[in-house]
Every structure is written in C-alpha cells, then in structure tokens.
Design a protein around this ligand. Structure first.
Ligand code: HEM
Ligand code: HEM
Length: 198
C-alpha cells in the first residue's frame, strides 16, 4: 500500500496570539525542565556534584515557573473563543466522531485535515497538557515537602514516583509531537509557522 503524503485540504485555522505565546512559554520551559532533569543530581541522590546540585536548583526554580505557565494555560481556556477546551478534550459525542473519522483517514494512509476541530491531534495535545500539568503539580508538591521539616518520607517517595511517571509520559509526547510538527512542515503544511509566528 502506498502512503499519500498529501494532507486533506486544510481549513484555514489560526491560533490566537495569547495562545501562541502561552504555547511558546510552555514549549520552552517544559523542554528546559526535561533537559535539566538529565544532568542534575538532587541532594538525596548517592552521587552528587556541585554542578549537579546547581542544575537541580535551576530545575526547582524553573520548574515553579513552568508550573505557573501550565496554570496560565488552563486559566486562558475559558477566554479562548476558538473552543480550546473542546479542542484539547474532544470527549463528547461530536469529538469522538471526529477522532474516529481521523483514524479512518489515517487507515487510508492520508493525513487528517488540519482545522479548528480537535479530532485525534486535539486529543493527543490534551493528553500532553495533562502530563505537563501532572509534572507541574507534583513538582510544586515536592518543593513544599522539601521545605517541611521533617519531610514525610513515604509521601515524598510517592510524589517523586508520580513526578517521574509524568516525566516519562512527557518524553513520549514530546518525541511524537516534535516529529509530527516537523513532518507536517516538510509536507508543506504551515503548522509550525502558524504556531510559532509572533
Ligand atoms: C513539552 C512541551 C510541549 C507541550 C506540553 C506542548 C503542547 C501543545 C498543545 C497543548 C498544543 C495545542 C495548542 C495549545 O493548547 O497550546 C500544541 C500545539 C502545537 N505544538 Fe506543542 N507543545 C510542546 C512543545 C512543542 C515544541 C518543542 C514544538 C516545536 C516543534 C511544538 C509545536 C507545536 C505545533 C506546531 C502546534 C500546532 C499544531 C496544530 O496546528 O495542529 N510544541 N502543543
Ligand atoms: C512542569 C515542571 C517540571 C517538569 C516537566 C519536571 C520534569 C522532571 C523529570 C523528567 C525528572 C526526572 C525523573 C526521572 O528521571 O525519573 C524530574 C526529576 C525531579 N524533579 Fe522535576 N520537573 C518539573 C518541576 C519540578 C519542580 C517545581 C520541582 C521542585 C522541587 C521538581 C523536583 C524534582 C526532583 C526532586 C526530581 C528528582 C527525582 C528523583 O529522581 O529522585 N521538579 N523532573
């Protein structure tokens, strides 16, 4: 079977400026968090170094900013006239129908149209936002727990595990998200330009 790279005709669709800025801040802060997590060493690990501790400090404070950005993204949703909420969480009847349509289109080896409705892309974006929200909430909780004396060890352990789980989900999401954004760009869809224009 041959893959038809041509996407279905794109319905003109713009992301509004506040959302483009919010997404830019989200992409930057979350990506930095993921990167710092690879080279940091928290004080409670066996092998720490001055560099690892400094990067961990950065992870903590930048993490608080990342969590605030995620929170702002949620707060923006009710004001977004493009029905952002139903784009990201297309769980209603109409949304589920759009997802099935997109899966059928993919089964015919074509890319689904890129338009206002959420469909499969919206569903995946929503799951990515949920993973980022989980990492932000557990990160803030870790920050608060680290400040309490003595920190409840079991709770701390459980929150670290949840934080790690969210981190792993974000790795999976980020890899697919960036890859698909680049593929869309290469086949001539203005997806990247639409999201990253000022
Ligand atoms: C881990 C960090 C990221 C998260 C959590 C994330 C999340 C999202 C979400 C939720 C949307 C839907 C719009 C919105 O609600 O803001 C979206 C759209 C988009 N993202 Fe990301 N994103 C991230 C990083 C990136 C990066 C690094 C790129 C660059 C390649 C990128 C490219 C795009 C594009 C092009 C769209 C628009 C897709 C379309 O028009 O259908 N994102 N992203
Ligand atoms: C949205 C923001 C954040 C993201 C995306 C994020 C992401 C990550 C990732 C991917 C890891 C590595 C997990 C692993 O290797 O298993 C990690 C570890 C960690 N993060 Fe965050 N983080 C965020 C915010 C924060 C904040 C605000 C704190 C505040 C203290 C924090 C504290 C920690 C700690 C203590 C660890 C080490 C856990 C361990 O391996 O023992 N994070 N984070």
């Amino acid at each position: 079977m041959q893959f038809d790279w041509k996407p279905l005709p794109a319905v003109h669709h713009e992301w509004r400026r506040p959302l483009r800025w919010l997404h830019g801040a989200l992409a930057l802060t979350i990506s930095l968090q993921m990167f710092t997590s690879l080279i940091m060493s928290p004080p409670f690990h066996h092998h720490t170094s001055a560099f690892g501790l400094a990067v961990f400090s950065l992870h903590q404070y930048l993490g608080l900013i990342a969590a605030a950005v995620v929170m702002l993204h949620w707060l923006w949703m009710p004001f977004d006239r493009q029905r952002l909420f139903s784009h990201l969480f297309p769980w209603g009847e109409e949304g589920r129908r759009d997802i099935v349509d997109d899966l059928r289109t993919l089964a015919r080896w074509r890319f689904p149209a890129s338009d206002d409705r959420g469909g499969l892309a919206g569903l995946v974006h929503g799951l990515g936002l949920l993973a980022a929200t989980g990492a932000g909430l557990t990160g803030v909780l870790l920050y608060l727990l680290a400040g309490s004396n003595p920190a409840p060890a079991l709770l701390f352990y459980l929150v670290v595990q949840l934080h790690s789980l969210c981190g792993n989900l974000i790795w999976g999401y980020l890899a697919g998200h960036v890859l698909l954004a680049v593929v869309h760009h290469l086949i001539g869809q203005p997806t990247l330009k639409r999201m990253f224009s000022l």
